[in-house]
Design a protein around this ligand. Structure first.
Ligand SMILES: [Ca+2]
Ligand SMILES: [Ca+2]
Length: 114
């Protein structure tokens, strides 16, 4: 008769698992004012009779701005005065015999001016 003894070691294994979880990340990109306003045309020519009265609407200038934040806040100025919607209104007398052409400089500003 043969007796064979054998030790059996039982190792207590920690039965932990790696649990996972995930989340989606949404990044909202906020526009910053990094584009200048640009006039749609480089120059505007309005031809009018010399006898039109002050207050006559001469024409309208328009600019665009790629920034959505400043798109609706473009302000136009001519000789320091603000133009409503880019509309140029005659506020001086015209005399063809004295001057056959008047040059005006209009500027546009985004986000307004303080
Ligand atoms: Ca802008
Ligand atoms: Ca921008």
């Amino acid at each position: 008769m043969e007796i064979i003894s054998e030790f059996v070691f039982v190792k207590n294994v920690d039965a932990s698992f790696n649990f996972n979880s995930s989340a989606e990340i949404f990044v909202e990109i906020i526009d910053v004012n990094d584009n200048p306003p640009l006039f749609i045309r480089p120059e505007y020519i309005f031809r009018v009779d010399e006898d039109i009265p002050r207050g006559t609407f001469l024409g309208r200038v328009e600019a665009t701005d790629l920034d959505t934040t400043s798109q609706g806040r473009l302000e136009y100025f001519i000789q320091g005065k603000k133009l409503i919607n880019g509309s140029i209104i005659l506020d001086f007398d015209l005399d063809r015999e004295t001057l056959d052409q008047v040059t005006l400089l209009v500027t546009v500003s985004d986000e307004g001016q303080s």
